[in-house]
Design a binder for this molecule. Structure first.
Ligand code: ADP
Length: 363
C-alpha cells in the first residue's frame, strides 16, 4: 500500500495537498476508545501519513505533508514560503483551505486576531512578498501590486472592499435587495476580470492588513444576518503582481490567490430545508466542481468544466497549465467530527492523486 502511495506522489504535477490537524479545543475530547486519529508524532518528523479509525476500521491516507496539532503557524509557513515566492517570479499560485466548519481553515489562513505569533499564512505571505520586493530593488526590479477580496455565497459574488456607501453589497444582502451581478471574463492574455470589483493598489503589507480588516468587517455584517454566512461562503483573496526590471526590461506577471473555502460539512438529512438546503447544495456543487476541474486537468481531458461553478470559472487561469496549487485539508481531532474528517480526507486524497502538466517540484 505504501509503495502505491509513493508512486502516486511521484506522478503528480503542480498540485500538492497538506493535511493539518488542529489541537483539541477545551470543550472537546478525543474518542472514548482512545485516539481515533493518528498522525506524525512530532513536528520535526514531518510525516506524510494519517490514520483514522472509525467503527473498528482503519483508514490510511498519505499527503505531501501532515502537520500535527503542535505545528505552529511558523512551522506551516516555512513549508509554503517558496511557493509564495514563486508568485513574484511570475507564477500563478492558488492556496486553498478545505475542511468542515471549525476545522481550522480561517486559523490557517488568517490566524488569531491580535496575536502576532499566531498570524496565519495570508499576513505572513504578504510580509514576505513586500520584504522580497524591497530586497530586489537594487537589482532594478520594480513591482506593482493590486489586491481584491471577494466572497462567493450561493453562487453570487460579493465585493468585500466595496466602499460604495449607497448600496454596499453587504447591505443588499441584509435587506434582501437583489444582489449586484458581477460578471467574470478572461481577457486575451488569460487574466481574470470581474466587472465592477474593487481593486486596490497596495505598497506595503500594512496597507493590505487594513484592507483585510475591512473585508472581515464586511463579512461579519453579513454573518449576523445570514446564517453564519462566512462559514457558508468561499473567501477569495487575490494579489496581482506586475514586475519589470529596469536594467534588463524583463517583465513578470504573477498572481497569488489565497482561498478559505466554505465549510464542507454535509447537513443531516432531517432539518435541511429551505434556504439552508439551497446553501448546502450550492457549497457541495462548487466543492465538487473544484475537484472535477482538478481531475479533468489531471487526465488532460479536452473539456475542463471550469464553467460549472463561479469559483472554478474565476480561478480558471490560475488552475492547471503552468500554475501551482496547494490545498490544505484541515481536520478536527474531536471524536464527534470523525465522519466529517473521513469525508475531508477522502476528498483531498482524490485531489492528491493527480497529475497536472508535466511532473515538477512545487517550489
Ligand atoms: P474554520 O475556519 O475551519 O471554521 P477556525 O479556523 O475558526 O475554523 O477554527 C476553529 C477554532 O479552532 C478557532 O477557535 C481557532 O482559533 C481554533 N484553532 C484552529 N486551528 C488551530 C490551531 N492550529 N491551533 C490553535 N487553535 C486552533
Amino acid at each position: 500500500r505504501k509503495k502505491l502511495h509513493n508512486t502516486i506522489l511521484e506522478l503528480k504535477g503542480n498540485i500538492r495537498v497538506f493535511c493539518r490537524v488542529r489541537p483539541l479545543l477545551p470543550d472537546e475530547r478525543a474518542s472514548p476508545e482512545g485516539n481515533f486519529i493518528s498522525y506524525p508524532s512530532s513536528v520535526e518528523s514531518l510525516g506524510r501519513g494519517i490514520d483514522l479509525v472509525q467503527n473498528g476500521q482503519r483508514h490510511s491516507f498519505t499527503y505531501d505533508k501532515v502537520f500535527s496539532p503542535e505545528a505552529t503557524q511558523e512551522d506551516v509557513f516555512v513549508e509554503i514560503s517558496q511557493l509564495v515566492q514563486s508568485a513574484l517570479d511570475g507564477y500563478k499560485v492558488c492556496i486553498f483551505a478545505y475542511g468542515q466548519t471549525g476545522s481550522g481553515k480561517t486559523y490557517t489562513m488568517m490566524g488569531r486576531p491580535g496575536l502576532l505569533e499566531e498570524k496565519g499564512l495570508i499576513p505572513r505571505s504578504l510580509e514576505q512578498i513586500f520584504q522580497t520586493r524591497q530586497s530586489l530593488q537594487p537589482q532594478g526590479w520594480k513591482y506593482e501590486m493590486q489586491v481584491s477580496m471577494l466572497e462567493i455565497y450561493n453562487e453570487t459574488i460579493r465585493d468585500l472592499l466595496s466602499t460604495n456607501r449607497s448600496a454596499p453589497d453587504v447591505l443588499r444582502a441584509e435587506n434582501g435587495s437583489p444582489m449586484k451581478q458581477y460578471s467574470i471574463k478572461h481577457d486575451a492574455s488569460g487574466n481574470t476580470q470581474v466587472s465592477d470589483l474593487t481593486v486596490v493598489d497596495v505598497r506595503s503589507a500594512r496597507e493590505v492588513s487594513f484592507l483585510l480588516e475591512q473585508a472581515s468587517r464586511s463579512r461579519s455584517v453579513g454573518k449576523t444576518q445570514m446564517n453564519e454566512q462566512s462559514s457558508r461562503s468561499h473567501f477569495v483573496f487575490t494579489l496581482k503582481i506586475s514586475g519589470i526590471n529596469e536594467s534588463t526590461d524583463q517583465q513578470v506577471q504573477g498572481i497569488l490567490n489565497l482561498i478559505d473555502l466554505a465549510g464542507s460539512e454535509r447537513l443531516s438529512k432531517s432539518g435541511s430545508t429551505g434556504d439552508r438546503l439551497k446553501e448546502t447544495q450550492a457549497i457541495n456543487r462548487s466543492l465538487s466542481s473544484l475537484s472535477d476541474v482538478i481531475f479533468a486537468l489531471a487526465k488532460k481531458e479536452e473539456h475542463v468544466p471550469f464553467r460549472n461553478s463561479k469559483l472554478t470559472y474565476l480561478l480558471q487561469p490560475c488552475l492547471g497549465g503552468d500554475s501551482k496549487t496547494l490545498m490544505f485539508v484541515n481536520i478536527s481531532p474531536d471524536s464527534s467530527s470523525a465522519n466529517e474528517s473521513l469525508c475531508s480526507l477522502r476528498f483531498s486524497a482524490r485531489v492528491n492523486a493527480c497529475e497536472i502538466g508535466t511532473p515538477r517540484r512545487l517550489t
